[in-house]
Design a protein around this ligand. Structure first.
Ligand code: FMN
Length: 215
């Protein structure tokens, strides 16, 4: 076992180039303000597979190309979500960023699963090039096709080409750090409960990473 990093704040060790184990002395509160600022604007991630449309919320999204006419994104989807299975099978999804006043959609799309209800019933939408629903009422959308994926144990990081898109509003989209200050307390409680259960699941699966390349 090789010690690869030591500082005043933390020490970490690796077992091999593929395995990361053990952390000691890390001051998590020192990291949290930076981690919290990495979350993206809120997006409704839509997908379509075998005749079914679905949507979930996501904030783990980043730009992944510096070439203006070849836009790419990386999106992290948790394996416990129905959307994960649908995006993996379809090889496509769309990102529909919310406007600041669309707080309600966080609960509608992010606190219940498409396994339990049709979350897009009555929601205005058109269809993207690979079948993903595109919301007609949002800050803007990006229609995406998956070109690679990396397993992360509890979730998958999907790299995708943005094949179409439109910005429908001016100003800023809705950011999670602003939205969470405005959510009703009942929703925040539901969010915290759901999150605690998901953190427990992630803690037990995040080291079970498959290194087999995505096809
Ligand atoms: C504010 C917020 C942010 C979220 N961010 C993500 C995310 O980045 N990735 C993810 O996979 N799930 C994220 N979720 C959780 C999913 O949206 C949620 O588990 C959803 O119910 C999954 O729906 P599905 O089972 O229909 O796919 C987020 C939820 C909320 C409320």
């Amino acid at each position: 076992m090789l010690v690869v990093g030591i500082s005043q704040c933390y020490t970490f060790q690796v077992e091999s180039s593929l395995g990361f184990i053990g952390k000691t002395d890390m001051e998590h509160s020192e990291i949290a303000p930076m981690m919290g600022r990495l979350w993206s604007p809120l997006a409704a991630v839509t997908s379509h597979w075998q005749g079914k449309d679905n949507v979930q919320m996501a904030v783990a999204i980043a730009a992944a190309s510096i070439v203006p006419d070849r836009p790419r994104v990386v999106v992290q989807l948790y394996k416990t979500n129905l959307s994960h299975a649908m995006v993996l099978s379809a090889g496509a999804f769309a990102l529909n960023f919310l406007r600041p006043e669309q707080l309600d959609l966080i609960g509608d799309f992010g606190l219940v699963s498409g396994r339990d209800e049709d979350k897009l019933d009555g929601v205005g939408k058109t269809t993207g090039k690979f079948g993903s629903p595109l919301l007609t009422d949002c800050f803007g959308y990006m229609d995406c096709r998956v070109i690679n994926a990396m397993d992360a144990g509890d979730m998958t990081c999907f790299l995708a080409d943005v094949i179409d898109g439109q910005t429908l509003s001016e100003g800023e989209p809705l950011w999670w750090r602003d939205a969470r200050r405005k959510l009703p307390s009942e929703w925040l409680e539901r969010w915290e409960n759901k999150q605690s259960a998901e953190i427990a699941t992630s803690r037990s699966t995040m080291d079970q990473i498959s290194h087999i390349p995505w096809q």
